[in-house]
Design a protein around this ligand. Structure first.
Ligand SMILES: Cc1ncc(COP(=O)(O)O)c(C=O)c1O
Length: 311
């Protein structure tokens, strides 16, 4: 088995029982990617797998990428570097601060550089990586969020893999996927894997629906699937990326309690709350069966809970 790809033989697929789903006759099963590994959890390992393989193939001695002080992506990348014998460097947004995530990054041996806010915005400039390549020769540059086509392609096999899990919950088929979307790479991977068979519905954790939509189209183009229209994206950001409001905080705690499902407020709880809105608005007929992808991110729950306690 390829050690750089998660062991998917035992991903739990669990029915989700919540009053608001039952009341509308909508069935949801959760693909618990958060449980695949204590450190490389959620969609992260799937997105990173192709990058890790490319880094190894290129004989890279380390991995370098960008992210925030709570970044799930940098957390997973640092853990992966640590596990698979590659060094890691992280270019962080803002000024130096100590968060539970940053403490873990140090523990995993990642070299940290704080770029400030303007410096971080420069990450889209074509010459941004030049000085970092010079400073870290032999490091493989992982795109933001572990995305790009390589990241998306790491998620595509999930479509095939989930088929084997359906009989375990008594399903022979499903109507659509529902998942949190950031860069849209995970969603794009599922669209590629589905090749039009089922819709993939994405709840956007940040603003910029138009830009993310364009990004998804570009990736599909790159994958040679320009005509593929098997997806839809919904605004779920509630005023901004990382914003946690009262209603979201309460919803998260109630849903966790009612369903026994751990969530975090940046991606998964926002996605579930957006699903609730669609279900209660009658967007899904009774009998609809949805696969909800738990994309992980629970490492970020530690700092988010502190923020929620202040609400
Ligand atoms: C927990 C979690 N869920 C969902 C996403 C969104 O994934 P993508 O950027 O592939 O849309 C991310 C970011 O990568 C994430 O950390």
């Amino acid at each position: 088995m390829d050690e750089l790809y998660p062991d998917v033989s035992a991903i739990p697929l669990q029915p989700l029982r919540l009053d608001w789903l039952d009341s509308r006759g909508v069935e949801v099963a959760v693909l618990r990617l958060d449980l695949i590994d204590p450190l490389l959890s959620g969609n992260k390992w799937f997105k990173l797998s192709g990058h890790l393989a490319a880094a190894r193939e290129a004989g890279a001695i380390g991995l370098i990428s960008v992210g925030g002080a709570h970044s799930n992506h940098l957390h997973a990348m640092a853990a992966a570097g640590n596990r698979f014998g590659m060094a890691s460097a992280g270019l962080l947004r803002g000024n130096a601060q100590s968060t539970p995530t940053v403490q873990d990054l140090r523990r995993f041996g990642m070299h940290l550089h704080w770029l400030g806010y303007a410096g971080y915005r420069a990450r889209y400039r074509t010459d941004f990586w030049d000085c970092w390549r010079a400073r870290y020769p032999g490091y493989y540059c992982v795109p933001e969020g572990g995305g790009g086509l390589v990241g998306a392609l790491g998620c595509a096999p999930l479509v095939e893999q989930v088929q084997a899990l359906l009989p375990g919950i008594g399903w022979s088929d499903y109507d659509a996927w529902w998942l949190a979307a950031g860069t849209g790479s995970t969603l794009t991977g599922l669209v590629i894997g589905e090749a039009g068979r089922h819709q993939v519905l994405g709840a956007l954790a940040g603003p910029g629906q138009h830009a993310i939509g364009r990004q998804i189209e570009l990736l599909l183009n790159e994958a040679g699937m320009a005509a593929e229209r098997g997806y839809q994206i919904f605004d779920a950001c509630r005023g901004g990326f990382g914003r946690i409001d009262d209603e979201l905080g309460r919803f998260l705690l109630e849903a966790e309690q009612a369903a026994g499902l751990p969530l975090e407020p940046i991606y998964t709880a926002k996605a579930l709350l957006a699903l609730q809105q669609q279900v209660l608005a009658g967007c899904f007929p009774a009998g609809t069966r949805l696969l909800f992808v738990h994309t992980g991110g629970l490492q970020g729950r530690r700092a988010a809970l502190t923020q929620m306690q202040r609400l």
